[in-house]
Ligand binder design. Structure first.
Ligand SMILES: Cc1ncc(COP(=O)(O)O)c(C=O)c1O
Length: 506
């Protein structure tokens, strides 16, 4: 959509640090904040996301996010400026540009001061920063061996590993808050959390750290974070870290109202920034004494400054926050409008899917963000994490549907339990057809009595099956416009699965 003629120019009003990509085409005006606001369903969205593989029903924005081409152009412009004159870029533009992004984030999350905001690579780095700080408190005998850290059982896997690496190794005791799933109300979370804090304080121990997700990843649920932070304060928990990797751009964020000590969110998931960029908000930066795990020249100058130079690398993703917000503000209602739209649509699609499959949602709609958990038909027999992964790969490889699958262990005595859940996302580029394709793929598998608990469904010893699979692959590779011939491909798949069923299950 854009010409190759990309120019950068200085924006004097913004301290000369702005890099704005302009193009020769009439589309260029669409990238400016002074253009008219667009309906979210506008055709313009198609061109902004025209780099997406259109053969794929991409209903997994939650994992890696998405970035519109206008923002990618701005990022490339920054990259080019660095390559054109690195010294000028480093000495005159990098820090003011990072500051510009920090200021934009400060306003967005309603923080008091820009010094509270550090820009880092991702939520994983934020966890390392906070947990390393906790580790030093153990090493410097501010905390006693056996003092407790409390986190949700559904905390993100990488964050759990960080707790193991920094807190458990330093002598801390970790308590995981068990939450039910499917979940019916906030009260279930609040009760489970209160019990965990009580347990953490037993035997004269102190709860030194609480790690609370704002939106859990898998299964995904919006956590009543304000209530949990308040409870931690009342119980005298030393450090409260909110892992809100999914929050900014998918729910409202007000860090003062939430009141945690540390709050992090990725901007590359739901705020249309390129990978990768996150912020870490620190309520009391002067007292906190946080440090970036990668030490460079700025060590000791405060986390925000330390983080702004961690050695030579590509900083461009950190510089385009204003451009991402400019993109967002082209829509009616700006970011709030997008948040409401995505929530409404993901709930609508989740309800459509559970109705089609006769299953249930993983949580009530008000506990969903722009993602929702959708129960899969029990007849698919998802009986382990590896079955869930098999289905996920199968959906990608044979149906071109990208969606993460969760395995839930059934309770004793449950009859015909829903053990598999799909985490669907909705972002502005999604269409209903994406979800219909997913619905039809699963319905096809059910109709063909496909199951996942009986080992690898690939017909390795069956030459007729292999020929059919070969034909499917050939057909898919040949068809560059999968969405124009979905029925043909689906028919192929149904034939294959029918054939497999006759071999495997009859
Ligand atoms: C809750 C949660 N925390 C942390 C992360 C880590 O994010 P990143 O890989 O960008 O560091 C994720 C990623 O999906 C997440 O869902």
């Amino acid at each position: 959509m854009a010409s190759n003629d990309v120019h950068s120019h200085r924006d004097e009003e913004n301290g000369g640090a702005t890099c704005i990509a302009t193009t020769d085409t009439q589309n260029s005006s669409n990238h400016r904040s002074d253009c008219k606001k667009y309906e979210i369903i506008d055709i313009d969205i198609r061109s902004e996301f025209s780099h997406h593989d259109r053969d794929v029903a991409r209903i997994n924005n939650g994992s890696f996010g998405s970035c519109p081409s206008s923002v990618i152009e701005s990022q490339q412009c920054y990259q080019l400026r660095f390559l054109q004159q690195p010294d000028d870029f480093y000495f005159n533009h990098l820090k003011p540009s990072i500051l510009r992004s920090r200021q934009a984030i400060k306003t967005l999350i309603k923080a008091d001061h820009v010094d509270e905001i550090s820009i880092i690579d991702n939520a994983t780095t934020a966890a390392a920063i906070v947990l390393q700080h906790v580790k030093w408190s153990f090493f410097e005998s501010k905390f006693n061996p056996g003092d407790t850290a409390v986190m949700l059982h559904y905390a993100y896997g990488a964050v759990k590993k960080s707790v193991e690496a920094y807190v458990t190794r330093a002598g801390g005791h970790v308590i995981e808050v068990k939450m039910p799933f499917p979940i019916a109300s906030n009260d279930e979370i609040i009760t489970a959390f209160r019990n965990a804090l009580e347990l953490g304080k037993s035997d004269n121990r102190k709860v030194r750290l609480a790690v609370i997700d704002h939106i859990t990843s898998m299964p995904t649920v919006v956590i009543p974070v304000k209530e949990l932070v308040k409870m931690c304060r009342e119980e005298g928990v030393d450090h409260i870290f909110v892992d809100a990797a999914h929050a900014i751009g998918s729910i409202e964020v007000d860090v003062k109202e939430i009141g945690a000590d540390f709050y992090t969110s990725n901007l590359h998931k739901w705020l249309f920034c390129p990978p990768s960029i996150a912020f870490l908000h620190c309520r009391n930066p002067e007292v906190a004494n946080l440090h970036h795990p990668v030490v460079s020249h700025e060590y000791g100058n405060g986390l925000a400054i330390e983080s702004s130079w961690i050695g030579t690398r590509d900083y461009s993703a950190q510089l385009v926050v204003p451009e991402a917000l400019e993109f967002v503000n082209r829509f009616e209602g700006g970011l709030d409008g997008i948040i409401k739209w995505n929530h409404q649509k993901v709930v609508e699609m989740a309800e459509m899917l559970v109705k089609a499959w006769g299953t249930n949602l993983g949580s009530p709609p008000e506990m969903c963000s722009s993602m929702a958990m959708v129960g899969l038909p029990p007849s698919l027999e998802i009986t382990s994490d590896s079955d869930a992964l098999k289905l996920r790969s199968h959906l990608r490889d044979c149906f071109r549907v990208e969606v993460p699958i969760y395995y839930r262990q059934p309770k004793d005595g449950e009859v015909n339990p829903v053990t598999g859940y799909a985490r669907i996302s909705h972002q502005i580029y999604n269409t209903f057809d994406d979800y219909y394709r997913f619905r039809d793929a699963v319905s096809n598998l059910v109709n063909c009595r496909f199951t996942y608990s009986n080992g690898d469904p690939t017909p390795t010893e069956d030459w007729i099956g292999l020929v059919w699979f070969g034909l499917v692959w050939w057909k898919m590779k040949e068809s560059s416009r999968f969405d124009e011939t979905p029925l043909t491909n689906f028919d192929f798949h149904v034939t294959v699965t029918n054939h497999l069923n006759s071999k495997i299950f009859l």
